[in-house]
Design a protein around this ligand. Structure first.
Ligand SMILES: [Zn+2]
Length: 419
Protein backbone atom coordinates (compact mmCIF):
# COMPACT_ATOMS: atom_id res chain seq x y z
CA UNK A 1 0.00 0.00 0.00
CA UNK A 2 2.71 2.41 1.08
CA UNK A 3 4.84 1.31 -1.84
CA UNK A 4 2.16 2.17 -4.46
CA UNK A 5 1.72 5.56 -2.84
CA UNK A 6 5.40 6.27 -3.24
CA UNK A 7 5.44 5.22 -6.89
CA UNK A 8 2.50 7.44 -7.79
CA UNK A 9 4.18 10.36 -6.01
CA UNK A 10 7.37 9.70 -7.95
CA UNK A 11 5.37 9.56 -11.18
CA UNK A 12 3.81 12.88 -10.35
CA UNK A 13 7.24 14.48 -9.81
CA UNK A 14 8.51 13.07 -13.08
CA UNK A 15 5.42 14.38 -14.87
CA UNK A 16 5.82 17.86 -13.36
CA UNK A 17 9.50 17.86 -14.29
CA UNK A 18 8.72 17.07 -17.92
CA UNK A 19 5.93 19.61 -18.10
CA UNK A 20 8.20 22.26 -16.62
CA UNK A 21 10.82 21.75 -19.33
CA UNK A 22 9.89 23.90 -22.28
CA UNK A 23 11.30 21.44 -24.80
CA UNK A 24 10.38 18.31 -22.91
CA UNK A 25 10.49 15.18 -25.05
CA UNK A 26 7.12 13.78 -25.95
CA UNK A 27 6.04 11.24 -23.42
CA UNK A 28 4.87 8.06 -25.06
CA UNK A 29 1.30 7.25 -24.22
CA UNK A 30 1.22 3.76 -22.84
CA UNK A 31 -2.50 3.36 -23.28
CA UNK A 32 -4.19 2.32 -26.52
CA UNK A 33 -1.69 1.67 -29.34
CA UNK A 34 -2.09 4.35 -32.08
CA UNK A 35 -2.44 1.87 -34.96
CA UNK A 36 -5.77 0.71 -33.62
CA UNK A 37 -7.19 4.26 -33.68
CA UNK A 38 -6.41 4.64 -37.38
CA UNK A 39 -7.88 1.24 -38.17
CA UNK A 40 -11.22 2.12 -36.64
CA UNK A 41 -11.22 5.48 -38.43
CA UNK A 42 -10.60 3.80 -41.77
CA UNK A 43 -13.47 1.43 -41.15
CA UNK A 44 -15.83 4.29 -40.36
CA UNK A 45 -15.45 6.38 -43.54
CA UNK A 46 -13.82 5.86 -46.93
CA UNK A 47 -10.82 8.16 -47.44
CA UNK A 48 -11.55 11.49 -49.03
CA UNK A 49 -9.23 12.62 -51.82
CA UNK A 50 -6.36 14.38 -50.15
CA UNK A 51 -5.71 17.99 -51.07
CA UNK A 52 -2.09 18.92 -51.45
CA UNK A 53 -0.94 22.52 -51.83
CA UNK A 54 2.04 23.58 -53.87
CA UNK A 55 2.85 27.19 -52.92
CA UNK A 56 5.37 29.47 -54.52
CA UNK A 57 6.10 32.92 -55.84
CA UNK A 58 6.22 33.82 -59.51
CA UNK A 59 9.87 33.91 -60.62
CA UNK A 60 11.39 35.73 -63.60
CA UNK A 61 10.55 33.81 -66.77
CA UNK A 62 7.59 32.02 -65.18
CA UNK A 63 4.28 31.93 -67.01
CA UNK A 64 0.96 30.29 -66.27
CA UNK A 65 1.98 27.57 -68.72
CA UNK A 66 5.30 26.86 -66.99
CA UNK A 67 3.70 26.86 -63.52
CA UNK A 68 0.82 24.54 -64.46
CA UNK A 69 2.69 22.22 -66.82
CA UNK A 70 3.19 19.48 -64.19
CA UNK A 71 -0.57 19.03 -63.87
CA UNK A 72 -2.26 20.21 -67.06
CA UNK A 73 -1.95 19.57 -70.77
CA UNK A 74 -1.20 22.53 -73.10
CA UNK A 75 -4.85 22.39 -74.26
CA UNK A 76 -6.11 22.55 -70.68
CA UNK A 77 -3.77 25.44 -69.84
CA UNK A 78 -5.06 27.28 -72.89
CA UNK A 79 -8.68 26.71 -71.79
CA UNK A 80 -7.84 27.82 -68.26
CA UNK A 81 -6.16 31.03 -69.45
CA UNK A 82 -9.12 31.75 -71.73
CA UNK A 83 -11.55 31.30 -68.83
CA UNK A 84 -9.56 33.80 -66.75
CA UNK A 85 -9.31 36.43 -69.48
CA UNK A 86 -12.58 38.31 -68.73
CA UNK A 87 -11.51 38.94 -65.14
CA UNK A 88 -7.70 38.72 -65.21
CA UNK A 89 -5.20 38.07 -67.98
CA UNK A 90 -2.64 35.52 -66.82
CA UNK A 91 0.02 37.33 -68.88
CA UNK A 92 -0.27 40.06 -66.23
CA UNK A 93 1.13 37.79 -63.52
CA UNK A 94 4.02 39.56 -61.86
CA UNK A 95 7.36 38.38 -60.52
CA UNK A 96 7.32 38.02 -56.73
CA UNK A 97 3.56 37.48 -56.38
CA UNK A 98 2.50 34.35 -54.49
CA UNK A 99 0.49 31.56 -56.07
CA UNK A 100 -0.90 28.16 -55.01
CA UNK A 101 -1.75 25.01 -56.90
CA UNK A 102 -4.08 22.64 -55.08
CA UNK A 103 -4.23 19.04 -56.21
CA UNK A 104 -6.62 16.25 -55.22
CA UNK A 105 -4.84 12.92 -55.27
CA UNK A 106 -2.26 14.51 -57.57
CA UNK A 107 -4.86 15.76 -60.06
CA UNK A 108 -5.14 19.49 -60.68
CA UNK A 109 -7.94 21.00 -58.62
CA UNK A 110 -7.39 24.74 -58.09
CA UNK A 111 -5.02 27.58 -58.97
CA UNK A 112 -4.79 30.75 -56.90
CA UNK A 113 -2.85 33.89 -57.70
CA UNK A 114 -2.57 36.96 -55.44
CA UNK A 115 -3.37 39.96 -57.66
CA UNK A 116 -2.68 42.43 -54.85
CA UNK A 117 -2.99 42.54 -51.08
CA UNK A 118 -6.79 42.77 -51.36
CA UNK A 119 -7.75 40.33 -54.12
CA UNK A 120 -6.81 36.98 -55.58
CA UNK A 121 -7.77 34.98 -58.62
CA UNK A 122 -9.13 31.50 -57.98
CA UNK A 123 -9.46 29.05 -60.85
CA UNK A 124 -11.16 25.75 -60.04
CA UNK A 125 -11.45 22.74 -62.30
CA UNK A 126 -15.13 22.40 -63.12
CA UNK A 127 -16.83 19.51 -64.92
CA UNK A 128 -16.02 20.90 -68.37
CA UNK A 129 -14.61 24.34 -67.76
CA UNK A 130 -12.56 26.45 -65.34
CA UNK A 131 -14.71 28.89 -63.36
CA UNK A 132 -12.39 31.79 -62.45
CA UNK A 133 -13.76 34.27 -59.96
CA UNK A 134 -11.74 37.05 -58.33
CA UNK A 135 -12.08 36.80 -54.57
CA UNK A 136 -11.29 39.13 -51.71
CA UNK A 137 -8.76 38.09 -49.10
CA UNK A 138 -10.26 38.00 -45.67
CA UNK A 139 -8.05 39.19 -42.88
CA UNK A 140 -8.21 39.36 -39.15
CA UNK A 141 -7.72 43.08 -38.59
CA UNK A 142 -6.21 44.39 -35.39
CA UNK A 143 -5.95 48.07 -34.57
CA UNK A 144 -2.50 48.67 -33.18
CA UNK A 145 -0.85 51.70 -31.65
CA UNK A 146 2.72 52.18 -32.87
CA UNK A 147 4.87 54.71 -31.09
CA UNK A 148 8.45 55.69 -31.56
CA UNK A 149 11.15 58.24 -31.15
CA UNK A 150 13.58 59.38 -33.83
CA UNK A 151 17.24 58.78 -32.99
CA UNK A 152 18.56 58.61 -36.55
CA UNK A 153 16.24 58.11 -39.49
CA UNK A 154 12.50 57.61 -39.54
CA UNK A 155 13.12 54.16 -41.02
CA UNK A 156 15.30 53.18 -38.07
CA UNK A 157 12.80 54.58 -35.56
CA UNK A 158 10.01 52.54 -37.17
CA UNK A 159 12.13 49.42 -37.10
CA UNK A 160 12.94 50.01 -33.47
CA UNK A 161 9.20 50.22 -32.81
CA UNK A 162 9.00 46.73 -34.32
CA UNK A 163 7.37 47.80 -37.57
CA UNK A 164 8.31 47.77 -41.24
CA UNK A 165 9.79 50.66 -43.21
CA UNK A 166 6.62 50.64 -45.35
CA UNK A 167 4.84 52.27 -42.42
CA UNK A 168 7.58 54.91 -42.23
CA UNK A 169 6.99 55.76 -45.91
CA UNK A 170 3.24 55.98 -45.37
CA UNK A 171 3.68 58.20 -42.34
CA UNK A 172 6.12 60.34 -44.33
CA UNK A 173 3.65 60.69 -47.20
CA UNK A 174 0.86 61.57 -44.79
CA UNK A 175 2.75 64.49 -43.23
CA UNK A 176 4.85 65.30 -46.30
CA UNK A 177 3.44 68.83 -46.58
CA UNK A 178 3.65 69.66 -42.88
CA UNK A 179 7.13 68.30 -42.20
CA UNK A 180 10.21 68.19 -44.42
CA UNK A 181 11.44 64.73 -43.50
CA UNK A 182 14.80 65.30 -45.17
CA UNK A 183 15.82 68.63 -43.64
CA UNK A 184 13.65 69.11 -40.54
CA UNK A 185 13.69 65.71 -38.84
CA UNK A 186 15.43 65.88 -35.44
CA UNK A 187 16.62 63.47 -32.76
CA UNK A 188 13.85 63.37 -30.17
CA UNK A 189 10.97 63.77 -32.64
CA UNK A 190 8.17 61.39 -31.73
CA UNK A 191 5.32 59.73 -33.54
CA UNK A 192 2.23 57.79 -32.66
CA UNK A 193 0.23 55.88 -35.27
CA UNK A 194 -3.04 54.03 -34.89
CA UNK A 195 -2.93 51.55 -37.75
CA UNK A 196 -4.76 48.43 -38.84
CA UNK A 197 -2.63 45.32 -39.10
CA UNK A 198 -3.86 42.44 -41.22
CA UNK A 199 -3.34 38.82 -40.28
CA UNK A 200 -4.27 35.46 -41.71
CA UNK A 201 -3.96 32.50 -39.37
CA UNK A 202 -1.90 34.61 -37.03
CA UNK A 203 0.59 35.59 -39.74
CA UNK A 204 1.13 39.31 -40.40
CA UNK A 205 0.06 40.15 -43.95
CA UNK A 206 0.58 43.89 -44.10
CA UNK A 207 -0.93 47.17 -42.98
CA UNK A 208 -4.49 48.27 -43.57
CA UNK A 209 -5.61 51.86 -43.06
CA UNK A 210 -3.86 54.37 -40.88
CA UNK A 211 -6.78 55.55 -38.72
CA UNK A 212 -5.01 58.39 -36.95
CA UNK A 213 -1.48 59.64 -36.50
CA UNK A 214 0.47 62.27 -34.68
CA UNK A 215 3.99 63.52 -35.33
CA UNK A 216 5.91 65.87 -33.07
CA UNK A 217 8.69 67.58 -35.01
CA UNK A 218 10.97 70.02 -33.16
CA UNK A 219 8.26 70.52 -30.54
CA UNK A 220 5.41 71.12 -33.01
CA UNK A 221 2.72 68.47 -33.09
CA UNK A 222 0.89 67.62 -36.31
CA UNK A 223 -1.99 65.20 -36.44
CA UNK A 224 -4.06 63.34 -39.00
CA UNK A 225 -7.43 61.61 -38.76
CA UNK A 226 -8.93 59.39 -41.42
CA UNK A 227 -12.46 60.38 -42.31
CA UNK A 228 -14.88 59.46 -45.07
CA UNK A 229 -16.83 62.44 -46.43
CA UNK A 230 -19.54 61.67 -48.99
CA UNK A 231 -17.79 58.54 -50.20
CA UNK A 232 -14.30 60.08 -50.38
CA UNK A 233 -11.67 59.11 -47.84
CA UNK A 234 -9.23 61.75 -46.65
CA UNK A 235 -6.90 62.69 -43.83
CA UNK A 236 -7.56 65.85 -41.87
CA UNK A 237 -5.81 67.67 -39.06
CA UNK A 238 -7.94 68.00 -35.94
CA UNK A 239 -9.05 71.48 -37.01
CA UNK A 240 -10.49 69.90 -40.16
CA UNK A 241 -7.89 70.95 -42.75
CA UNK A 242 -7.17 68.43 -45.47
CA UNK A 243 -3.62 67.06 -45.36
CA UNK A 244 -3.72 66.19 -49.02
CA UNK A 245 -2.47 68.65 -51.59
CA UNK A 246 -2.89 68.70 -55.34
CA UNK A 247 0.75 67.51 -55.65
CA UNK A 248 3.07 65.44 -53.50
CA UNK A 249 5.96 67.38 -52.05
CA UNK A 250 8.43 65.17 -53.87
CA UNK A 251 8.15 62.17 -56.20
CA UNK A 252 10.60 60.08 -54.13
CA UNK A 253 10.39 59.45 -50.38
CA UNK A 254 13.00 60.74 -47.93
CA UNK A 255 15.60 61.86 -50.46
CA UNK A 256 17.56 65.06 -50.74
CA UNK A 257 17.81 67.46 -53.64
CA UNK A 258 21.29 67.00 -55.05
CA UNK A 259 20.99 69.78 -57.62
CA UNK A 260 18.41 72.52 -57.74
CA UNK A 261 16.59 74.47 -60.40
CA UNK A 262 18.88 76.97 -62.10
CA UNK A 263 18.98 78.98 -65.29
CA UNK A 264 22.72 78.41 -65.73
CA UNK A 265 24.38 75.22 -64.57
CA UNK A 266 27.65 73.56 -65.59
CA UNK A 267 26.78 70.29 -67.28
CA UNK A 268 29.42 67.73 -66.29
CA UNK A 269 28.84 65.50 -69.32
CA UNK A 270 28.22 68.08 -72.04
CA UNK A 271 30.93 70.33 -70.51
CA UNK A 272 29.05 73.58 -70.98
CA UNK A 273 26.67 75.88 -69.14
CA UNK A 274 23.03 75.05 -69.62
CA UNK A 275 19.85 75.86 -67.75
CA UNK A 276 18.67 73.10 -65.44
CA UNK A 277 14.89 73.24 -65.55
CA UNK A 278 14.40 70.74 -62.78
CA UNK A 279 15.52 69.42 -59.44
CA UNK A 280 17.62 66.31 -59.05
CA UNK A 281 16.87 63.91 -56.25
CA UNK A 282 19.74 61.67 -55.22
CA UNK A 283 18.39 58.17 -54.68
CA UNK A 284 19.62 54.63 -55.21
CA UNK A 285 18.73 52.75 -58.40
CA UNK A 286 15.36 51.07 -57.97
CA UNK A 287 13.82 53.64 -55.58
CA UNK A 288 10.12 53.89 -56.49
CA UNK A 289 9.04 57.11 -58.22
CA UNK A 290 5.51 58.35 -57.47
CA UNK A 291 3.25 60.45 -59.67
CA UNK A 292 3.02 63.75 -57.80
CA UNK A 293 -0.63 64.25 -58.69
CA UNK A 294 -3.59 62.78 -60.55
CA UNK A 295 -3.10 63.08 -64.28
CA UNK A 296 -2.66 61.46 -67.67
CA UNK A 297 0.56 60.03 -69.08
CA UNK A 298 1.46 62.20 -72.07
CA UNK A 299 4.92 60.76 -72.84
CA UNK A 300 6.39 57.38 -71.93
CA UNK A 301 9.61 57.14 -73.93
CA UNK A 302 13.36 56.66 -74.06
CA UNK A 303 15.92 58.96 -75.67
CA UNK A 304 19.65 59.72 -75.54
CA UNK A 305 19.46 62.71 -73.22
CA UNK A 306 16.63 61.96 -70.80
CA UNK A 307 16.89 58.17 -70.88
CA UNK A 308 13.67 56.47 -69.85
CA UNK A 309 11.26 59.29 -69.04
CA UNK A 310 7.60 60.02 -68.37
CA UNK A 311 5.62 63.24 -68.66
CA UNK A 312 2.25 63.60 -66.95
CA UNK A 313 -0.33 66.30 -67.63
CA UNK A 314 -2.30 67.54 -64.62
CA UNK A 315 -5.16 69.97 -64.14
CA UNK A 316 -4.63 73.77 -64.46
CA UNK A 317 -2.01 73.49 -67.19
CA UNK A 318 0.56 71.69 -65.07
CA UNK A 319 2.89 69.04 -66.38
CA UNK A 320 5.41 66.96 -64.43
CA UNK A 321 8.41 65.12 -65.86
CA UNK A 322 10.49 62.25 -64.47
CA UNK A 323 13.82 61.51 -66.18
CA UNK A 324 16.67 58.93 -66.20
CA UNK A 325 14.52 56.05 -64.86
CA UNK A 326 15.97 52.55 -64.72
CA UNK A 327 12.59 51.14 -65.73
CA UNK A 328 8.93 52.03 -66.01
CA UNK A 329 6.33 50.52 -63.70
CA UNK A 330 4.16 47.89 -65.33
CA UNK A 331 1.42 49.11 -67.64
CA UNK A 332 2.75 52.64 -68.15
CA UNK A 333 1.75 53.86 -71.58
CA UNK A 334 0.64 57.05 -73.25
CA UNK A 335 -2.94 58.05 -72.41
CA UNK A 336 -3.10 56.06 -69.17
CA UNK A 337 -4.59 57.83 -66.14
CA UNK A 338 -2.55 57.76 -62.94
CA UNK A 339 -3.36 58.71 -59.39
CA UNK A 340 -1.35 60.77 -56.96
CA UNK A 341 1.20 58.56 -55.24
CA UNK A 342 1.00 55.77 -57.82
CA UNK A 343 4.40 54.23 -58.64
CA UNK A 344 5.20 55.04 -62.28
CA UNK A 345 8.83 53.91 -62.43
CA UNK A 346 12.12 53.47 -60.63
CA UNK A 347 15.19 55.65 -60.18
CA UNK A 348 18.05 54.90 -62.55
CA UNK A 349 20.79 56.52 -64.55
CA UNK A 350 19.64 56.13 -68.15
CA UNK A 351 20.44 58.89 -70.68
CA UNK A 352 22.96 61.64 -69.89
CA UNK A 353 23.39 61.13 -66.14
CA UNK A 354 26.56 60.95 -64.06
CA UNK A 355 24.98 58.88 -61.29
CA UNK A 356 21.68 57.37 -60.22
CA UNK A 357 19.16 60.15 -59.56
CA UNK A 358 15.73 61.35 -60.53
CA UNK A 359 15.58 64.55 -62.54
CA UNK A 360 12.17 65.99 -61.81
CA UNK A 361 10.69 68.83 -63.87
CA UNK A 362 7.53 70.86 -63.97
CA UNK A 363 5.90 73.14 -66.49
CA UNK A 364 2.80 75.29 -66.44
CA UNK A 365 1.14 76.16 -69.73
CA UNK A 366 4.27 74.87 -71.46
CA UNK A 367 6.74 77.08 -69.56
CA UNK A 368 9.35 75.51 -67.22
CA UNK A 369 8.78 76.37 -63.56
CA UNK A 370 10.74 75.62 -60.41
CA UNK A 371 9.03 72.56 -58.85
CA UNK A 372 10.07 73.63 -55.35
CA UNK A 373 8.32 76.99 -55.74
CA UNK A 374 5.01 75.76 -57.15
CA UNK A 375 2.12 77.04 -55.05
CA UNK A 376 0.32 73.84 -54.24
CA UNK A 377 -3.26 74.03 -53.05
CA UNK A 378 -4.77 71.89 -50.32
CA UNK A 379 -7.71 69.69 -51.09
CA UNK A 380 -11.07 70.62 -49.51
CA UNK A 381 -11.37 70.86 -45.72
CA UNK A 382 -14.07 69.00 -43.76
CA UNK A 383 -17.40 70.38 -45.04
CA UNK A 384 -19.69 72.07 -42.52
CA UNK A 385 -22.20 69.24 -42.75
CA UNK A 386 -19.58 66.74 -41.53
CA UNK A 387 -17.94 68.86 -38.85
CA UNK A 388 -19.88 67.34 -35.97
CA UNK A 389 -19.16 63.78 -37.04
CA UNK A 390 -15.50 64.68 -37.47
CA UNK A 391 -15.33 66.21 -33.99
CA UNK A 392 -16.77 62.98 -32.57
CA UNK A 393 -14.18 60.95 -34.48
CA UNK A 394 -11.31 63.11 -33.19
CA UNK A 395 -12.67 62.87 -29.63
CA UNK A 396 -12.67 59.09 -29.95
CA UNK A 397 -9.29 58.56 -31.65
CA UNK A 398 -7.12 61.27 -30.16
CA UNK A 399 -6.99 59.79 -26.64
CA UNK A 400 -6.00 56.45 -28.21
CA UNK A 401 -2.94 58.09 -29.82
CA UNK A 402 -1.90 59.27 -26.37
CA UNK A 403 -2.67 56.02 -24.57
CA UNK A 404 0.14 55.38 -22.12
CA UNK A 405 1.98 58.64 -22.77
CA UNK A 406 0.27 60.54 -19.96
CA UNK A 407 1.10 57.82 -17.46
CA UNK A 408 4.80 57.79 -18.35
CA UNK A 409 5.56 61.43 -18.92
CA UNK A 410 3.31 63.99 -17.27
CA UNK A 411 5.00 66.92 -19.08
CA UNK A 412 3.55 65.74 -22.40
CA UNK A 413 0.09 65.84 -20.87
CA UNK A 414 0.62 69.48 -19.87
CA UNK A 415 1.56 70.47 -23.42
CA UNK A 416 -1.45 68.58 -24.69
CA UNK A 417 -3.81 70.46 -22.40
CA UNK A 418 -2.55 73.75 -23.77
CA UNK A 419 -2.78 72.61 -27.39
ZN1 LIG B 1 18.15 67.16 -63.62
Amino acid sequence: MKYTHLTSLLCLFVAIFFLACSDAPEIAEPTCPPEKKIETKLAEAPPKPEETLACGVVAAGNSAASLLKPWLSPQEIHALAKACRPVFRLTRMRVGKPYKVATLDEDFHRFEYAIDSNRYLEVVRGKEDFPAPIKAFTYDVKEVLVRGEVKGSLYAAMQEAGESSILAVRLGNLFGWEIDFVRDLRVGDTFSVLVEKRFTQGKFKGYGHILAAEFTNQGCTYDAFRMECSGKVGYYSRDGRNLKHAFLKSPVAFTRISSGYSLKRWHPILKKYRPHYGVDYAAPVGTPIHAIGNGTLRVVATNRGSGKHIFITHANGYQSGYLHMSRFARGMKRGKKVEQGQVIGYVGQTGLATGPHLCFRMKQWGKPINPVKVKVTREKSIPDSEKEAFARLVAKLRPLLHAGIAANTPEVKEIENKG
